[in-house]
Design a protein around this ligand. Structure first.
Ligand code: OXD
Length: 308
């Protein structure tokens, strides 16, 4: 069995994956992909090049070394080669931690205290009640459910919105375009955990902000393409949106002159909310390859029609 790895143009990272995969699947031959390399059975990729797929038309399956599969939108996959995304693999816990700290940061007004501290102001702000801070999660897959669970444990009321009806104890679920407005109206902090598809691109926009209560907050840990950045700047300026935590951006790295960097109501992090953990990810992919070889069903397959 032959396996190839490509991580954009990061050959160093691809070499590391080769090492781990070779160890996890000792009977296989694992190599870094390069132009002209022999035909492989499986490819493990992150931000793959179209050329890999033009040259490797006999792949049995492709594994994406991350949860988001939006990088495949520009790839013309030959035949019906299935693409599998990572499912959790240690990311759900990281995501829960990140979102909980961001929710608490805004709920406890840490931006205002940082501003006060910069000018040596010692002043209490009026305590807030969690009853006034229901958190809405856009996208209710494995990560959304883990985040909902952690937020509930912290005492927040949680709403969730997904394409189709979902059920989770203690979470108020909304489904489809028809219920988006009600979901937004019921959520003081909105967390975007959606996959990026033509249907979800730009969902964090002026119109949807307008349905949220005055003084709401945005946390974007989905993709930069979900957020209309100028709309957020305008909503922060008007005060309708009181603050934001952003981990993903239209352009990454975020350009040095981007207004988000210096904005007193915006927390910027460099796409670190949930990193791919190599040990967990390789173990999951190796198990899936073994299952596929044995003709067993494997979960986490990209549906090209849905786009995730
Ligand atoms: C992912 C990511 O999709 O890290 O896994 O953004």
């Amino acid at each position: 069995m032959k396996i190839i790895c490509q991580f954009g143009d990061d050959t160093e990272l691809a070499r590391l994956w080769v090492e781990y995969l070779q160890h996890a699947l000792p009977g296989s031959t694992v190599s870094v992909w390069e132009r002209g390399i022999a035909a492989a059975d499986f490819a493990i990729v992150w931000k793959p090049s179209a050329e890999l797929f033009e040259q490797q038309s006999g792949l049995k399956a492709v594994f994406n070394a991350g949860a988001g599969v939006d990088a495949f939108r520009h790839i013309n996959l030959s035949g019906n080669v299935p693409v599998f995304r990572l499912e959790d693999a240690g990311m759900a816990e990281q995501m829960s931690d990140y979102v909980c700290q961001a929710v608490l940061h805004h709920f406890r007004e840490m931006d205002s205290y940082a501003f006060q501290a910069a000018t040596q102001v010692w002043k209490n702000l009026a305590p807030r009640s969690k009853d006034d801070f229901p958190v809405g999660i856009l996208g209710f897959g494995i990560m959304g459910k883990a985040v909902a669970h952690s937020l509930s444990k912290l005492g927040f009321r949680v709403n969730a919105w997904a394409r189709s009806t979902q059920v989770q104890q203690g979470v108020t679920c909304y489904a489809g375009d028809r219920q988006l407005k009600d979901f937004l109206a019921a959520s003081r902090i909105v967390v975007c955990l959606l996959p990026l598809t033509p249907a979800t691109r730009g969902i964090l926009c002026t119109e949807n902000f307008s349905y949220m209560p005055q003084g709401s907050y945005i946390i974007n840990v989905g993709r930069g393409g979900h957020l209309q950045e100028d709309d957020l700047l305008a909503a922060l300026e008007s005060g309708h949106i009181a603050g934001a935590t952003l981990d993903v951006f239209q352009q990454e790295p975020l350009p040095a002159d981007h207004p988000f960097w210096q904005h007193p109501k915006v927390v910027v992090t460099p796409h670190i909310a949930a990193a791919t953990l190599i040990e967990y990810s390789v173990a999951q992919i190796a198990d899936k390859i073994t299952a596929l070889q044995a003709g067993l069903p494997v979960s986490g397959q990209l549906d090209p029609v849905r786009g995730y």
